[in-house]
Write a protein that binds this ligand. Structure first.
Ligand SMILES: Cc1cc2nc3c(=O)[nH]c(=O)nc-3n(C[C@H](O)[C@H](O)[C@H](O)COP(=O)(O)OP(=O)(O)OC[C@H]3O[C@@H](n4cnc5c(N)ncnc54)[C@H](O)[C@@H]3O)c2cc1C
Length: 386
């Protein structure tokens, strides 16, 4: 087993790391204060990242993306965890894998512009009455002679304001769900209010309303009734990368801040890092981050081998998200009152970490997946002999 990174991987990580430190982190406080990222600054970081080949790195090279393997992608995503959600979106793009199911004219209209970053896409599944139960949606699309007529509402849609088009799940039959690509600006499609959140300042989360929106046949992604399944399958890798790897990156960042503070802050004439109870918080954080990191790497490696990593990714989703929560909670404790104070970024990290246990399937939903699979097939344990 070779756990080392090659020179190209090291260079790639260094390029992403430097870009984040030099171009993105300096914008974080301003976004936190204002609650949004200026359009001109968003465009500037987008253009710079693109020039460096950092946009859409998860997409195939033949489409203009970075053509990264799953392993290389998650190495980058781990670095993305060192900055804010909205900055990641503008600089590196959230180009969703389900778009790879585009065919024929869809490739030029939706897929390639998304990879190029000239059109941004949001993913639109959740409704007020259907969150964890993503199949319980009420939004529906009915066939007519011009294509499909879409009706319904969605909410919590990340980055909906900046997005040019939306991947929308809709019922096309009693038990049949399909995915559609819906352009902003179509008649009957309106964008509702920004739903203010506890964290992730700068990323809008929107309500969307579809009132008899006429879609062309070309708007259907994949086959009728299959789109949802295709999207859910593709979202597995999104979960590993955007939640698992980013959570590990964020926990690493917070741990570094905690270590610096424990080394510098003095009480009773000693560094607080010399006190055993503080050391326990540090040690537990280091152990848990490393465990989560190896789980992420292993799942990525499995995907690169063409193996089914569904259970492993469910485990990563739970473990990495909860590790981040524990690490950032300890960090606030180690910082003491300053951890609760808005003057330092640790307070922001604490708020931003909370969502990791909720979106992309809650911890409870993923624990359910793991337990059901274990009862049916036996526990999925790390076993090099299998
Ligand atoms: C900041 C943010 C960004 C988001 N971005 C997007 C986006 O871009 N696109 C999108 O489509 N959605 C998005 N979402 C929605 C997100 O995916 C859902 O919030 C999530 O799936 C949970 O659904 P819910 O909020 O309706 O909670 P519910 O499903 O109502 O769950 C409430 C509680 O019940 C528990 N629960 C539910 N069912 C079960 C069960 N079977 N077993 C055990 N416990 C259960 C849950 O674990 C949870 O603790 C976003 C949400 C937030 C907050």
């Amino acid at each position: 087993m070779d756990f080392s990174l090659n020179d190209e991987q090291k260079m790639m990580i260094e390029t992403v790391r430097r870009f984040i430190a030099e171009e993105l982190q300096p914008l974080e406080d301003e976004i936190e204060d204002k609650g949004f990222l200026d359009n001109s600054k968003a465009q500037a970081i987008h253009d710079k990242a693109k020039a460096l080949g950092l946009y859409g790195m998860n997409m195939p090279a033949e489409l203009g993306g970075g053509g990264l393997s799953n392993m290389d992608r998650i190495l980058c995503e781990e670095q993305f965890g060192h900055t804010s959600d909205i900055l990641i979106r503008r600089a590196f793009g959230n180009v969703y894998e389900p778009l790879l199911h585009c065919k024929g004219e869809q490739i030029e209209r939706w897929l390639k512009p998304a990879v190029a970053g000239t059109r941004t896409c949001a993913i639109t599944i959740t409704e007020s009455g259907a969150g964890s139960d993503a199949a319980g949606i009420k939004t529906n699309a009915k066939k007519n002679d011009k294509g499909w007529v879409l009706n319904g509402t969605k909410h919590f849609i990340s980055d909906g304001e900046w997005s040019d088009f939306f991947l929308v799940s809709a019922k096309t039959g009693e038990k049949e769900i399909s995915m559609f690509m819906v352009d902003k600006g179509l008649a009957g499609f309106t964008v509702g209010k920004d739903q203010k959140m506890m964290g992730l300042r700068g990323t809008p989360h929107l309500e969307l309303f579809f009132d008899n929106v006429q879609l062309e046949d070309a708007a259907l992604l994949g086959e009728v009734g299959q789109g949802f399944k295709l999207a859910m399958g593709a979202l597995n890798v999104v979960r590993l990368a955007q939640v698992g790897a980013r959570a590990v990156g964020k926990a690493t960042h917070v741990c570094e801040l905690m270590l610096n503070w424990a080394n510098e802050r003095k009480q009773f004439g000693s560094k607080i890092g010399d006190f055993q109870m503080v050391q326990q918080m540090i040690a537990d954080s280091v152990i848990e981050i490393n465990a989560a990191r190896w789980m992420v790497y292993h799942a990525a490696w499995m995907l690169d081998q063409g193996m089914d990593a569904r259970e492993q990714i469910a485990m990563v989703k739970v473990h990495a998200a909860e590790t981040l929560g524990r690490v950032v909670d300890r960090a606030v404790q180690v910082f003491g009152g300053m951890g609760f104070c808005k003057e330092l970024s640790i307070e922001r990290y604490y708020r931003d970490a909370r969502i990791y246990r909720i979106y992309d399937g809650t911890s409870e939903i993923h624990r359910g997946v793991i337990a059901k699979s274990a009862m049916k097939k036996g526990a999925v344990l790390f076993d090099v002999n299998r």
